[in-house]
Design a protein around this ligand. Structure first.
Ligand SMILES: [Zn+2]
Length: 258
């Protein structure tokens, strides 16, 4: 059964990992090709009224970036850690950016909003986005091999390599492939390196499916958990690597490669 709390939180917080942006992209498809009648918002990063009267040509996402495309420019929304959005409703507070259409509205809160004049195909490497059809695992492997002192916990969060992967996906992927988050990428056997790259994508699509069904949290095996479901060993919770994000792992079944 769907978790009611999770159902509510779907609207409230974006949970800033790539699959959430894919869900948002699908949710706003009705506004593709529509003209913005007016804009509101307290974003100071550019004159948001530049968008008045403009027609949205497409919505794209790259990792944790949400892109609203227009004929001659793009608006980038980054939800950071606490960003949220509302479609056809508002939060009784001034949004960072609110788009009003003849029918309907989209409001973005607590996010970073940027105006991009450059060609986004020059800026974004679509092959690095784990959710994108252009995702290229061979390129990811080359990037990983070129970074010798990288820990696996930092590698998965590196947006140049795995755009869209966040802390939840990191913890779950490492649990699935039985690799300790403090392992060195360069010390992983070839099969484990391949599994790391493969599961980063597979888990991201599982995340997408479960989040759409409001059952994501009940599928977590490691993230925020206390006991390893494989061998009942208490999980370690440590802030590892350069990124210092929470790692939940089992030191019995997740092997440390150093
Ligand atoms: Zn275990």
């Amino acid at each position: 059964m769907a978790d009611q709390q999770e159902r509510n939180s779907l609207k409230r917080e974006i949970m800033p990992e790539g699959p959430s942006l894919v869900i948002l992209k699908e949710a706003v498809q009705a506004f593709k090709g529509k003209k913005i009648i007016s804009t509101v918002g307290n974003s100071k990063q550019f004159d948001i009224h530049k968008l008045d009267g403009q027609v949205i040509t497409d919505f794209k996402s790259w990792g944790k970036h949400f892109l609203i495309c227009f004929k001659k420019f793009t608006v980038r929304i980054h939800f950071m850690l606490f960003g949220s959005y509302r479609i056809n409703e508002d939060k009784n507070t001034v949004p960072r950016l609110g788009l009003q259409f003849k029918q309907g509205q989209i409001n973005f809160y607590a996010c970073s909003v940027r105006f991009i004049e450059e060609d986004i195909n020059e800026i974004y490497d679509w092959t690095a986005d784990v959710m994108n059809p252009a995702w290229d695992p061979k390129k990811a492997k080359t990037k990983l091999r070129n970074k010798k002192d990288l820990l696996v916990c930092d590698a998965l969060l590196d947006q140049d390599i795995f755009a869209g992967v966040g802390n939840i996906i990191k913890n779950e992927v490492l649990f699935r492939i039985k690799v300790h988050p403090g392992s060195m990428v360069s010390k992983l056997p070839p099969a484990k390196l391949n599994a790391l790259i493969k599961e980063a994508v597979v888990y991201s699509f599982d995340f997408l499916k479960w989040k759409k069904e409001f059952v994501l949290k009940k599928h977590w095996l490691a993230h925020t958990k206390k006991i390893c479901p494989r061998d009942n060993t208490p999980f370690d919770k440590k802030y590892l690597g350069k990124t210092k994000r929470r790692s939940f792992f089992c030191s019995k079944c997740q092997r440390l490669y150093t």
